[in-house]
Design a protein around this ligand. Structure first.
Ligand code: SF4
Length: 344
C-alpha cells in the first residue's frame, strides 16, 4: 500500500502581550524593562483582548499557528488570581481555534506546583525561563537572585508536567566568559529545552550596569566578540535540536542607541551578522588550498544572503582565497550543506 503524506507549512505568529515589571521584586543589574519594552502601562484584561483581536485580523486566515505570548517581567510572580484573569481572557480564542498556544516567560524561582497547576488548567503550552546563565558566579554578580540549580529544578518540573520548555540565555554578563556561555548552552540542551533566545548584554540607562560602566567596573563585549561567541554557541543548540527563536535584541524593543542604550553589542541585524559569520567560517575552511581556482559555491535555497554575508562581506573575503567565485542556490541542499565545484 502506498501512503501519500501532505505536509502543510504553517505560518507561525506570536501575539506579544507585554506585562512590564509587574510584581518583579528584583533588580537585575542589566534590567530596566520599561526602557527595553517602550511600554509603560500594565494592560488590563480588556486591553489584552484588544491586542489579540488586533493582531488576529492582520494574520493570514489559514495554515497558521498562533501563540499568545505573555512576556516581560515575571508572569508567575504576579498573584495567582491576576495570572488566572490574563489566562482566562484568551481561553475563548483557544476554544474557537483562532489561537493554538499560550506561552509565557518568567523567572526560574517562581515556578512551583501551585503555579504549574494553574498554567496546566489554562492550557499554557510553553513556559520560558530567564535562565541567563548556568554559572552561579555570573548569576550572583548580575544580582539575578536565583541559582543555576533553581533553574534546573524548575526546568525539570516544567517538563515533567508536559509543558514545552524555553530557556533564555545572555552573554557578556558580569563575570561571563566564552567558556561559561558555552557551558550555559550545553546545560540548556541537556535539560531538554525546545527553544532558546540568546541576548548579548547591553548597558541600558538607569541600571546598575550603567553605573558600573561609567565607573569602569564593567566592560561590554564588542560587537565582534558578541558575534564570535554567538557563532560558537549556535552550533551547540543546532546539534541539540534546540530552536533558537531570537538572537539579539529586536529593533522594535524600543531601545534607542545613544539615548536609552548606553553601550554594548547591539546591532539591528545581529542575527544576520552571526549567521553570516558561521557561513564564512565554514566556507573558508573548505576553499583553503584552492587559491588559483574558479569556484562555484552551491548553497541551499534561502541561505544566499548569509553565505554572501552582511553587505557582501563574506564574498569579498572569500574572493581573496580563489581566482573567481560564483554562488548558486540549490533546493536539493538543506541547512548549511554546501557543495564546491572547481570550474578550472
Ligand atoms: S527578573 Fe526580569 S524583569 Fe525582574 S529585574 Fe530581572 S530581568 Fe528585569
Amino acid at each position: 500500500m502506498n501512503f501519500v503524506f501532505n505536509f502543510i507549512m504553517l505560518k507561525h505568529y506570536s501575539i506579544p502581550v507585554f506585562i512590564p515589571e509587574l510584581a518583579c521584586p528584583f533588580r537585575c543589574v542589566f534590567c530596566n524593562q520599561r526602557k527595553i519594552s517602550g511600554h509603560i502601562t500594565i494592560p488590563d484584561t480588556e486591553k489584552v483582548i484588544k491586542i489579540v483581536k488586533t493582531h488576529l485580523v492582520s494574520f493570514k486566515k489559514t495554515d497558521r499557528w498562533v501563540d499568545v505570548a505573555f512576556f516581560g517581567g515575571n508572569f508567575t510572580g504576579i498573584p495567582l488570581f491576576e495570572q488566572e484573569a490574563y489566562l482566562n481572557v484568551v481561553q475563548p480564542f483557544l476554544a474557537s481555534g483562532e489561537i493554538q498556544g499560550i506561552r509565557l516567560s518568567t523567572r526560574p524561582d517562581y515556578i512551583n506546583e501551585e503555579v504549574l497547576d494553574l498554567l496546566e488548567k489554562y492550557h499554557v503550552s510553553t513556559i520560558e525561563l530567564g535562565a541567563q546563565s548556568f554559572d552561579d558566579k555570573v548569576l550572583k554578580k548580575s544580582h539575578r537572585g536565583h541559582t543555576a540549580s533553581q533553574t534546573e529544578k524548575a526546568a525539570k518540573a516544567i517538563l515533567e508536567r508536559g509543558f514545552q520548555l524555553g530557556l533564555q540565555m545572555m552573554i557578556g554578563l558580569p563575570g561571563d566568559s566564552l567558556e561559561s556561555s558555552l557551558f550555559t548552552a550545553r546545560c540548556i540542551v541537556d535539560l531538554g529545552a525546545t527553544s532558546t533566545r540568546i541576548y548579548p548584554t547591553v548597558v541600558i540607562k538607569e541600571t546598575a550596569l550603567h553605573q558600573w560602566y561609567l565607573k569602569g567596573e564593567y566592560f561590554t563585549l564588542s560587537l565582534e566578540e558578541a558575534v564570535r561567541w554567538t557563532t560558537k554557541i549556535i552550533p551547540v543548540f543546532e546539534a541539540g535540536n534546540v530552536q533558537v527563536i531570537r538572537t539579539g535584541l529586536h529593533p522594535s524593543e524600543g531601545l534607542v542607541p545613544g539615548k536609552d542604550l548606553i553601550a554594548g553589542p547591539y546591532h539591528p541585524q545581529f542575527r544576520e551578522l552571526v549567521l553570516s559569520e558561521i557561513w564564512l567560517n565554514n566556507l573558508l575552511n573548505a576553499i583553503v588550498g584552492l587559491k588559483d581556482s574558479d569556484i562555484e559555491l552551491i548553497i541551499p535555497k534561502g541561505q544566499l544572503n548569509y553565505a554572501i554575508g552582511h553587505k557582501g562581506l563574506n564574498r569579498q573575503k572569500l574572493q581573496d582565497y580563489c581566482k573567481t567565485l560564483k554562488f548558486t542556490e540549490s533546493a536539493a541542499l538543506k541547512g548549511r550543506e554546501f557543495e564546491i565545484q572547481v570550474i578550472a
